[in-house]
Each structure stands twice: as structure tokens, then as C-alpha cells.
Design a protein around this ligand. Sequence first.
Ligand code: LMR
Length: 326
Amino acid sequence: MTAVRVAVTGASGQVAYSIFPRIAAGEMFGKDVEVDIRLVDIPPMIEKTKGVMMELEDGAYPLLAGLSATSDRMIGFKDADWVLLVGSRPRGPGMERNDLIGANGPIFVDDGKAIAAVAAPGVRVAVVGNPCNTNCLIARAAAGPKVPDDRWSAMTRLDQNRARSLLAAKTGARVRDVKKLVIWGNHSSTLLPEFGNATVGGKPATAAAEKGWLEGDFVKEVQGRGAAIIAARGVSSAFSAAQAVVDHVKSLLTPTPADDWFSAAVVSDGSYGVPKGLVSSFPLRSTGNGGYEIVQGVALDAFAKGKLDATVAELQKERDVVKDLL
Ligand code: LMR
């Protein structure tokens, strides 16, 4: 079997730095799957990626079949099976993620065009750089019809992981006992960690934790966790974001257990009234090969519906802001 070719932008950055050893060790694509890792970054940063390459070489990873670095997307994305779009300016203290649209939007136009031009016919793309939903929308539009809607996703897995950890801590459970707790909408301070369908140890989350806490502090804490980390560290999350990228790709590549869902932002097909074409997070089930289905028939109560409307309204506003890039 040929190696999985995976290109990662923002290769000299902190999130990528935490992703690379995981990919090389087989944690993303499997312990028996060889990988060809392409580090992609902008010209001023490309020198720094040499150090990252040296560390990857020094890891002597048995699965590492190829390794290269370039500031030219047309080289880095060539025949790529997966493209992880991490490269973008991160937010600082006091900023919302969508304050970055102006700085980051154009990057994703170039990413999308290069993916359509040279990536493998079956390429899958995961957008991590913020605001990731709208950056994914931009890249997807720039790529055109050659790369179908279902190949594109943006990462809300960090929020899902945060939500599951928080609910587990509150209820005295283990994270692995929390199921079907997924994120709807935008990776932003309007996101909905939907607890009405979640279970803890097989029982409804609403029986394990107080409704007032779930609707109040729980939602607020998950929505504000990225900002809280920036306030505490002075810089944004890095290894937890990398963990979420690994989980995101693995969830798409692994059949979803019968008692669970996972979340990622994907191109809406109109499900749950989310306008077609918006990149919004949904409950998903993997088909086991990188593909997914949006879980249908999930009951949302009035609280969840109100929050979903708000986060979708924000996504529509972001789309209006970038309409010249679409
Ligand atoms: C996060 O959620 O930690 C990242 O998206 C970084 C940020 O800006 O919050």
C-alpha cells in the first residue's frame, strides 16, 4: 500500500508542531499505515520548518515514508490525500475568531485553488485556521466543482472534547462514558454544545447534571474556553488543538460506534434548516473511509433551537462579510 500523503499548512506553528509527531507515529492514519508528510508554510517561515524536519527525522519513525517542506502549495499539495489547513494568523487576547476574517480569508482562497489544481482526486480537507467554518467556506468555493462538498470539513472537535471533559468532570464520570455530546454551528462563542441528546454512562445527560447548569455555565464555558486559554497562556491552544485534529481525522476514517456521534463542521445540505452551503457543525456518523452522514431526526428542544438559530445567523453574517471571496 502506498503511503498516505498529508500536507499541513502553518507547518512552523505551534499547532502543527504538536500534530507532526502524532502523524509520524501512526496515530492519525493507523499504526500500520505509512505516511508522506509535507510541511507547507509561507516564505518568511519556511526556514523554521527545517528544524521541524530535523526533529521528525530524529524521531526515526518506522512509518515515515516521505518528508518534505515547501512554501509552494502547488508542490506541497501535489497528489495529497489529506490537506490540513492550519496556517493562518491566530487571535490574540480580547479578539473574537471572526475578527480574523480579513487577515485570513485570502489565504484560504489560495489554499482552495491549489487543492483543486494538484491534490489527489480523492483529497479530503480539514480546516483548522480560524474562523475555521468560514475559511472552509472560502476554500471550498475557491476550489470549485472539482472537489465535491463532502470532502471539506472544519474543526469543532476541540469544542466537543472540551464539552465532554467538562460534563464528565461535573458528573464524576470518565470522558469515555460521555456519548452523543456534539457541537452544532460555528466554532465561535455562539457554538451549541447540544446536551439534550447526550448520555453519561448510558443515561441522559439531563438526568446526570442540573438543567440550570447545563443551559448556563456549561454552555458558556465551552463557548469561552478558547478565549480562556489565550487569557491564561498569552497564546492560543496548541496541543489540545492538535489532539482534536487527530481525533477529527480518525473519526472520519473509523466507523462510528453505534452508541455515539461525533461533530465536525461540514457543508450543509439543508438539514435542520441550516442554509444549504454554509459550513456548520452537525452530529455525524462516519462511513469508515473518510466520508460521513449527517445524523437525521435528532430532536432539538426550544433551548437548542434558539441557540442553533443564533449560531447559524452568525455564520450567515460571516458569509456576507466574505462574499467578495466566494
Ligand atoms: C481554540 O478554540 O482554542 C482555537 O480555536 C484558538 C482560538 O482562537 O480560540
